[in-house]
Design a protein around this ligand. Sequence first.
Ligand code: G6P
Length: 614
Amino acid sequence: MCGIVGYIGHRPAVPILLNGLKRLEYRGYDSAGVAVLRNGQIEVRRKAGKLRVLIEEVARNPLEGMVGIAHTRWATHGEPIDRNAHPHVNPHRTLAVVHNGIVENFLALREELESEGVTFASDTDTEVIVHLIDRHMQAGRSLVEAAREALRMLKGSNAIVVLSAQEPDKLITARLGNAGGIVIGHGEDGEMFVASDLPAILEHTRRVTFLEPGQMAVVTREGAQVFTLEGEPVAVEITTVPWDITAAEKGPYKHFMLKEIFEQPRALMDTIAGRVDFRTGEIAFSTLPLTSEQARSISKIHMTACGTAYHTTLVGKVLVERLARIPVETMIASEFRYADPIVDESMVVLAVSQSGETADTLAAMHEGKQKGATLWSIVNVIGSQAMRIADGYISMQVGPEISVASTKAYTAPLVDLYMLAVQLGFLRGRITPEERLELVEHLQYVPGWVEQVLSRAEAIHQVAFKYRHMRHCFYLGRGINMATAYEGALKLKEISYIHAEGYPAGEMKHGPIALLDEDMPVIAVIPQDPWYEKMLSQVEQAKSRGAPVIAVATEGDERIADLADEVFWIPKVPWMLSPVVAIVPLQLFAYYIAAELGLDVDQPRNLAKSVTVE
Ligand code: G6P
């Protein structure tokens, strides 16, 4: 996960910045860098590898200054080498930028800048931000105006900090969307801090301002001024962070679940970062290295997990079977362990687990191991057992998930499974390099698509308010989105205690349809996927029995607009990635119902975050 730290004050900036980066190390990165301003000059040190490599470099070639920015990077555009590490500077070294996120229109902007004669020194998308600001400043704009103009040209979810030698007494920072947060720390005696995450600055101050999406700030020794991207001033709200770091992490959100839902654009970006190269389409998992020979020798994959994690495997099965043509069996871990499953040395047992400590999942892994299978896992908690006992693993990169109801640890492994399926397909010769590039290219838009759904949270809140007193409901889906129906139902039942049943829509006619009437709302997951027409007839059947229908559908779908009572709109996305986007309105729906009912959203009754007993 990329990390950002910025400082302006009267003390040497470098130790403060490097220390801040250390506090963010747990999030993972592949390179690091720092830039400071001294006597009208920006000086930069950047190094691929661990932070200690940068610290050694700074010890060899010291840097001094009382204003600076620093960054830890997870590669997205361009490999993790020194020249792709942040901060990025313009040729005259008068501007430096650090950035978290993905500039979606990076290629178009880069081509435009190159046609104007700009030479790029890195492969990153970040560098376009530097040149755009530079261009506006050369046209006579102030730093704030130039930054604002540049930011308005960027598409995607991004967080940035800018340092300028021409206006040395300020830092500019901005948050565009949810892929990267920005927190401003108000210190004592003319010291101010900027960071992507609270832990980086908490040792200096507990008085902080969180930027909202679409806001930018000018940070000077005297304080911070916040503006919208249109330049309208916004009142600066200072929150005092309590000493309890867990509570501190909740930030402005009422519950962790809501915070974690909103963290998904960033979590997804971090999931993709460091693994794919959008230019070549290459995919690499450093902890699950795969050769073509290995990929070709797999006769079957058994996917196993519990709860929310199990639902990810249902999507994983569709993806791996379609893209890699490897047969996949999914089984709930508590069943797998006692099923005497048919497993041999040519097979893989793949476990998905947020905690990596779920007893049933670990037992299923042991069962697979005993029978000679290769063990893989997709796990969030670093160092957990499911990570340690696996022959190869993918770490989820979503950061700590505190709410018992899992959200970001659902969508991130969906993307991991997508990348894994694409890679297996490629290595087995089922996908050409061109097809792989196209499948990989779609990934860069995923954080932005989720962002779009989140921007409609209030509309979902209103529907949730209307339906908060229902006692029963069905969630229906088919194909790749059958899992979305199961997961949507699980979210609702676990935190609101409303009976919600996730069902394969085509199975309704074999019994459950008898339950449908005006008191049984149906939540239909019906994006534009290959099962769309089939789902549409299920929705018609539900309507004809008087059931109120809430649909999750694709923008512009007029048939659904006419048919359903309520619609949660999602953007048009490739069907293989639709589960990642379609679940988000259902997470919000469940959350708002439980919150409106005044329930303990983060700690629902009878449930535990990690079930380490049978
Ligand atoms: C518990 C949690 C669920 C979670 C399941 C599996 O039941 O309440 O939210 O999905 O365990 O947990 P894991 O850590 O293995 O993903």
